[in-house]
Design a protein around this ligand. Structure first.
Ligand code: ZN
Ligand code: ZN
Length: 330
């Protein structure tokens, strides 16, 4: 499907700043038709020009390389691939470029075109498929705690040890623990994109994808559930230990974190992806399209580093020690 402006026939796309479908050609707002073309999975035909679009296995939306319209592939957003919800892009491309510039403007060792308009303009907005896990968790704990008290009376020193039985039974609900279901997106980077603000969740509408790339889930929810379980278990453990305080010693007898009830949902999250290529190496940057959080690795220009090292070697040593080749920006 594509969305077409009723006024001029141009390709209408979702505008994150205006939070509606707009026509970039005549500025019409929320004035569009949907144009569909019957197609089967694997043969994605552009409804506008009829060209067969070379989609990869999991792509569900992308630009038609022949006519430049933003096409959403019906069989990949319907039925079993219909997302339950989506967080629409909140931050548009121009604002994202500005944020990257602001973040790195003082980063003197980056190659000179790192923040150039041409390079930054290559960034793409991608809806990344996520599984969301709800758990009703029970944390059960039994242990023995001691409290020790000492005092002196006359020529005797007394020590009193009191023993306490510690029992905890807590029901802890978790909602929408996220794990990305995209092979292309590195798991650790996607974890760093968190947190998302779920108050912006919307029921899925294909209109949100117009103007962006999207994937549907690359693997079933069960396959990546261990990532969500890990997040849940580490949270349940820390909640549990936060309730056991004030003892001199604690001996754990048993601890069990079990899932009483689970539920999964499929949704799409917005990510801007900027891949900077330098000396045949790729430096990808990811920006949370909702919150603007930036995660990435900035390249160091050898030439510039050498230049600076001739004049400011002492400063460079300090800098390199802290940069250590790459910047992990969280
Ligand atoms: Zn128009
Ligand atoms: Zn086309």
């Amino acid at each position: 499907m594509i969305f077409k402006c009723k006024n001029c026939g141009g390709n209408a796309i979702y505008d994150p700043e205006k939070k509606m479908i707009v026509c970039p050609f005549c500025d019409s707002e929320n004035n569009y038709d949907r144009k569909d073309k019957e197609t089967t999975y694997g043969l994605e035909v552009c409804p506008e020009c009829g060209g067969t679009i070379p989609v990869e296995q999991y792509d569900s939306a992308m630009k038609c390389p022949y006519c430049d319209n933003s096409v959403i592939f019906n069989p990949r957003v319907e039925g079993e691939y219909l997302p339950r919800f989506v967080i629409p892009f909140e931050i548009g491309k121009e604002r994202t470029k500005g944020m990257i510039r602001e973040r790195f403007k003082k980063f003197k060792f980056a190659p000179s075109d790192f923040l150039s308009e041409a390079r930054l303009d290559s960034m793409q907005g991608v809806y990344v498929p996520f599984w969301f896990y709800d758990y009703k968790t029970r944390a059960a704990y039994e242990g023995e705690g001691t409290k020790v008290r000492s005092w002196t009376s006359g020529s005797y020193r007394y020590t009193e040890t009191s023993y306490y039985s510690i029992v905890r039974n807590m029901d802890i609900p978790y909602e929408k623990l996220p794990a990305d279901a995209s092979i292309k997106m590195p798991d650790e980077i996607m974890d760093l994109m968190e947190p998302y603000d779920y108050s912006k969740l919307e029921n899925f509408k294909p209109e949100f994808l117009s103007g962006f790339n999207a994937e549907y889930y690359n693997m079933p929810a069960e396959q990546i559930e261990s990532r969500a379980k890990q997040k849940m278990e580490s949270s349940a453990n820390s909640i549990l230990s936060s309730t056991i305080t004030g003892y001199t010693t604690v001996r754990e007898k048993s601890k069990q974190i079990s899932i009483l009830n689970r539920n999964t949902n499929y949704g799409l999250m917005p990510v801007w992806r900027y891949v900077y290529e330098y000396n045949k190496q790729e430096y990808p940057f990811y920006v949370n399209g909702e919150t603007g959080k930036i995660v990435g690795t900035a390249p160091l220009s050898k030439k510039k580093v050498l230049f600076y090292s001739a004049t400011l070697w002492f400063l460079l040593t300090v800098l390199l020690a802290s940069i250590n080749g790459i910047l992990g920006l969280v």
